[in-house]
Design a binder for this molecule. Structure first.
Ligand code: THU
Length: 160
């Protein structure tokens, strides 16, 4: 038997204004996208903003459905749109903000497992890390230098 230790480094910024101005702006775009989420069932609004290598910013927000599993998270809405619109342009950063209409979210809210898997696909495809910044409605922002820090032992095309 062999033990394997998996380590990841994440960065925590106590407030959004501790981050570089450009990231603050990207997060503000995610916050605006969050406010346009369609989440009548969960009342949990999520917004994502993706900065592409060509300078374009692509947004997404969660889109729910009366048939619950047919809905989609903000991160995948955004990344699939980026992939559809600019298939050959690299993704540089993603900013995510989540806010509940029931309680105040003051802690960073990370992307769900399915979204991590979707983001991993694009990181593998472009062979360049994607920086991910995530927060709740207020408070601290967490930063991951690469999706792989959020999803160790990623399943990817090399295993097919
Ligand atoms: N949601 C996201 O948009 N992103 C995540 O990473 C986690 C969850 C959405 C899906 C659903 O509309 C609502 O939040 C509650 O799960």
């Amino acid at each position: 038997m062999k033990e394997i230790k998996i380590e990841a480094t994440l960065f925590v910024f106590e407030r959004l204004d501790e981050l570089p101005k450009a990231i603050q702006s990207l997060m503000q775009v995610a916050i605006k996208a969050r406010e346009q989420a369609y989440a009548p069932y969960s009342k949990f609004n999520v917004g994502a903003a993706i900065l592409l290598d060509n300078g374009e910013v692509i947004i997404g927000s969660n889109q729910e459905n009366a048939s619950y599993p047919s809905g989609l998270c903000a991160e995948r809405t955004a990344i699939y749109y980026a992939g559809a619109k600019y298939p050959d342009v690299k993704i540089v950063q993603m900013a995510i903000s989540a806010a509940s209409k029931r309680i105040q979210t003051t802690k960073p809210i990370p992307p769900c497992g399915a979204c991590r898997q979707a983001i991993a696909e694009y990181e593998t495809k472009q062979n360049t890390p994607i920086e991910i910044y995530f927060m709740g409605e207020t408070g601290a922002v967490m930063k991951s230098n690469s999706l792989s820090d959020l999803l160790p032992l990623t399943f990817d095309k090399s295993q097919l």
